[in-house]
Design a protein around this ligand. Structure first.
Ligand code: DAH
Length: 343
C-alpha cells in the first residue's frame, strides 16, 4: 500500500530530476514520468477509492500536495529553460550587420572598345554619323566597288577568308563607305566602327581585329580638310602637344593616298634609341587615308566633278596597344580575366 513515505520519496526524486533537466524536452520527459497516465503518483491517485476511509483522506491529500508541488516546479523550470533556449537561438542566428557584404565583380570595357568609343565620340562631336555594316560581306562591296577588281594583285595582300560563292569575311571596314554612299545623297559625314578579319596570327596580328572607317563627301573638300580633321583627332586621342605628319602612300580607293604618323608620346617624338614605344623612330604609324578616288564616287553614282571626299581607316587595337603599353595583340582576344581586369 502507498505510504506517505513513498509519496514523499517520489516527490523528492521528481524535484531532483526537474532541477537537473537541461532542456525543455528533457523536462517534458520528467513530467510524463512523474505526472503522466502511467506514473506511480497517478496509479496511487486511482487506487484511493479502494482505500479504507481513514487512509483515503491522508493519501489523497498527500498525492495532491505532492503533484501540486511537482507541477509548480515544472512550470518555473520550464520558463527558465525556454528563456535560455530562446536566448541561445537568438545568439546562433544573429547577423552581424557590420560584416562586409558579398561583392559582385563588375565588368569593365575592353581596351579596344575604350579607344573605339573615344574616337567615335570625337567624330560624333564634329557632326559625323555612325554606321555599321555586315561582317559577312560581298566580294563586290569589299573589293570591286573600292576599285579593286577581280584579279587585281591588291586582293592577294589582304589574306581574305573566303566563304561561299561571292562572300567573304570583310577584310576592312571600307565597304562601309560604299554602303553609306549607295543609300545617301551627299554631303556625307560618317564613321564606321567594326570587326574585320584576315588570315593572320602573330604577336601583332589576330584573325579578327577592329577598324574604324571615316568618310566625308561634300562640295569643295580638299586634302587640307583631311589633314585638319586628322590632326584634331590625334590631339583628342594623344593630347594637345602631339605632332603629326603625312607620308605619301597608296590605296586603291584613294588618290592621293597618305599615311598619318603621330609623334611618339613616350619619348615626346625625340626618337630615343631605347624608347619602348617607337623603338627610336620618334613617330608612330596611325592610319591610312586619302582623297576618295573619283572612280569610287562614280561607282556609287556621285558626280566626281561636283563632289570630292576624303576617307581614312584606322586600327583601334593597335592604338590601345600603344596607349596601354601592351606588346602582344593576342592577349586582347583570349578572354583572360587576369588581363582584362586591368582596364
Ligand atoms: N582599308 C584600309 C586597310 O584596311 C585602310 C584605309 C586606308 C581606309 C585608306 C581608308 C583609306 O578609308 O582612305 O588597310
Amino acid at each position: 500500500m502507498a505510504s506517505e513515505g513513498r509519496i514523499e520519496e517520489i516527490k523528492r526524486a521528481a524535484l531532483g530530476e526537474i532541477s537537473a533537466a537541461t532542456t525543455t524536452d528533457e523536462l517534458e520527459a520528467v513530467r510524463v514520468r512523474y505526472l503522466g497516465r502511467s506514473a506511480e503518483l497517478t496509479e496511487i491517485k486511482k487506487s484511493i477509492g479502494s482505500l479504507p476511509a481513514e487512509e483515503r483522506k491522508v493519501v489523497g491529500k498527500g498525492v495532491n500536495v505532492a503533484s501540486g508541488e511537482i507541477e509548480r516546479d515544472l512550470q518555473s523550470r520550464r520558463e527558465e529553460l525556454a528563456a535560455a533556449e530562446q536566448e541561445a537561438r537568438l545568439r546562433a542566428e544573429a547577423v552581424d550587420v557590420t560584416l562586409p557584404g558579398v561583392t559582385r565583380e563588375r565588368g569593365s570595357l575592353h581596351p579596344s572598345l575604350r579607344v573605339v568609343d573615344d574616337i567615335v565620340d570625337f567624330f560624333v562631336g564634329l557632326g559625323y554619323g555612325v554606321a555599321e555594316g555586315p561582317e559577312v560581306e560581298t566580294d563586290y562591296y569589299n573589293f570591286t566597288a573600292l576599285n579593286i577588281p577581280p584579279g587585281h594583285p591588291a586582293r592577294g595582300m589582304q589574306d581574305t577568308f573566303f566563304l561561299d560563292e561571292g562572300l567573304v569575311l570583310r577584310t576592312h571596314t571600307s565597304p562601309g563607305q560604299i554602303r553609306t554612299m549607295l543609300t545617301r545623297e551627299p554631303p556625307v559625314y560618317v564613321v564606321v566602327p567594326g570587326k574585320v578579319y584576315r588570315r593572320d596570327s602573330d604577336p601583332t596580328h589576330t584573325p579578327m581585329f577592329h577598324q574604324i572607317e571615316g568618310l566625308a563627301v561634300d562640295r569643295g573638300l580638299t586634302l587640307a580638310h583631311l589633314k585638319g580633321t586628322l590632326a584634331a583627332m590625334a590631339r583628342h586621342v594623344f593630347g594637345e602637344e602631339v605632332g603629326i605628319r603625312l607620308r605619301p602612300s597608296y590605296f586603291q580607293f584613294t588618290e592621293p593616298s597618305v599615311e598619318l604618323d603621330v609623334s611618339c608620346f613616350a619619348c615626346d617624338g625625340r626618337g630615343d634609341p631605347d624608347c619602348r614605344v617607337c623603338k627610336g623612330a620618334g613617330w608612330l604609324e596611325m592610319l591610312g587615308a586619302g582623297m576618295v578616288d573619283p572612280a569610287v564616287l562614280s561607282e556609287v553614282g556621285y558626280d566626281p566633278e561636283e563632289f570630292t571626299g576624303f576617307a581614312f581607316g584606322m586600327g583601334p587595337d593597335r592604338m590601345a596597344m600603344t596607349r596601354y603599353g601592351i606588346s602582344d595583340l593576342r592577349l586582347f582576344f583570349e578572354g583572360d580575366l587576369r588581363f582584362l581586369e586591368q582596364f
